[in-house]
Design a protein around this ligand. Structure first.
Ligand code: PMP
Length: 425
């Protein structure tokens, strides 16, 4: 099937097609690689489609002409009224982060805020005292875009130093990124370096009930969140950081002003509407004691159901295939759902049983997964990451291929059905 010129990431931008899987041609995918490399959160499409009428945003042509929204208020000048209230509200409803007495700053995805944080934090320790760049570290396996964005920037203030295990500076400031649950392996992370001079950035992009039991409100100095993996609205490019320190908050706002003169107001308005819609669905109707039927479920029940079904299928396929090991996760009590449940990470992190390069084994099943070596350490070449948050059709095909014997197709000759060729997520 020929791809329409009007499609991006499989979703037609003219809005006429009602099913985002429609541009996968089910008859012609047998001889092409299935791309499960990128964590594009298309799995949320059926849920949002079902509430299109109740949760949409109309923006008049006359809206948002000014750079400034809040010149005379305590709020930062570019925050749309009610945006930070909606964020505080959703964290209160879910119970996954403390926001009282904290500053919230919006960004173009949490990716942008990550870069602003590095500059603001390194500025607090390098001004006038030393020429040494502040090391930025993270325990491998880690999300590859952290490293890529720092390396691309070639900052004179900070530098990417990779895996915490190989970081041996005995003194001096450093920045450690702690991602919990972690991308790619879904594990709960704690800081690894633990010495004086450390500044911690906690990335909590996946700390939502569909992915992991909510065990309590996170209460760290610096916490990053994003719409992308929480609601699936990655394209709106809205993330936020919650910080305790007022000076850091001002420095971040300053960055936002100097680099991009604020953050897209349309995106904030959409985020506010969506977050309030989710919060309303819980505050106006209490969380059901029994999991609801598909017609009455709210976002977290939908996400949890889809993710746990997919994980069951993934475990069964891996067992049948017998070439890979999957990590096992303990169950924990989830305060939000009021019951014990297993984590359902957004990615499956598989290791080849024989120690071979797992991505090559995947290619033999006509599956293109992300190579373990892209997550910060050569120790992980026998691992591979597969997205669990793609479309239903993509996931069905994945399970079918993983459960079948390796193919005899000549893989050097087959094209990929990749949606977009980028190295993020
Ligand atoms: N942190 C982690 C751990 C991620 O996995 C991602 C997205 N894949 C991001 C940050 C970036 O999120 P955003 O879309 O908000 O830039």
């Amino acid at each position: 099937m020929e791809q329409s010129k009007e499609t991006i990431n499989s979703i037609p931008i003219n809005g006429k097609v009602s099913n985002c899987d429609e541009n996968i041609d089910h008859n012609s995918t047998d001889d092409v690689l299935l791309d499960v490399d990128i964590g594009d959160p298309i799995m949320y499409y059926p849920y949002w489609k079902s509430v299109d009428e109740e949760c949409s945003v109309t923006i008049k042509a006359s809206a948002f002409l000014s750079y400034f929204v809040n010149l005379n208020k305590d709020e930062f000048f570019y925050h749309v009224p009610g945006f930070t209230d909606a964020i505080r509200r959703i964290h209160r409803v879910v119970g996954n982060a403390v926001t009282e007495g904290r500053y919230i700053i919006a960004g173009t995805g949490s990716s942008q805020l990550f870069n602003y944080l590095l500059l603001a934090l390194s500025n607090t320790v390098t001004s006038g005292t030393t020429n040494k760049r502040v090391p930025v570290v993270c325990a491998a396996p880690y999300y590859g875009l952290f490293a890529a964005s720092v390396e691309t920037e070639k900052s004179s203030m900070y530098e990417w130093r990779g895996d915490t295990r190989t970081f041996d500076d005995k003194e001096g400031p450093y920045i450690e990124v702690v991602t919990s649950p972690n991308n790619p392996d879904g594990l709960w992370r704690k800081p690894m370096v633990n010495r004086e001079g450390g500044m911690l950035i906690h990335d909590l992009a996946y700390y939502w009930p569909q992915y992991v039991p909510i065990t309590g409100p996170a209460d760290y100095d610096i916490m990053l969140f994003t719409m992308s993996k929480f609601t699936g609205h990655a394209g709106s490019r809205i993330g936020w950081v919650i910080v305790k320190d007022k000076e850091l908050a001002s420095a971040l706002m300053n960055q936002s002003f100097l680099r991009t003169i604020g953050c897209c107001q349309e995106g904030q308005l959409r985020a506010k509407t969506i977050l309030n819609f989710i919060a309303d669905s819980y505050e106006k109707t209490p969380i059901p004691k029994v999991m609801p039927t598909t017609t009455t479920e709210n976002l977290f029940e939908f996400g949890y159901r889809v993710m746990s079904d997919r994980w069951e299928m993934m475990k069964a396929a891996v067992k049948q295939n017998n070439l890979f090991n999957l990590l096992e996760y303990p169950d924990q009590h989830c305060n939000f759902f009021g019951k014990f449940h297993l984590p359902n990470p957004a990615f499956a992190w598989l290791e080849s049983k024989t120690g071979e390069d797992a991505s090559e084994l995947m290619r033999e099943h006509k599956i293109q997964a992300r190579k373990g070596a892209m997550f910060g350490s050569s120790l992980h070449t026998k691992c591979v990451r597969i997205t669990m948050v793609g479309s239903d059709d993509q996931f069905r095909l994945l399970i079918q291929r993983l459960s079948s014997p390796p193919s005899s197709v000549h893989l050097d000759e087959v094209p990929s059905i990749s949606k977009v060729d980028i190295n993020g997520n």
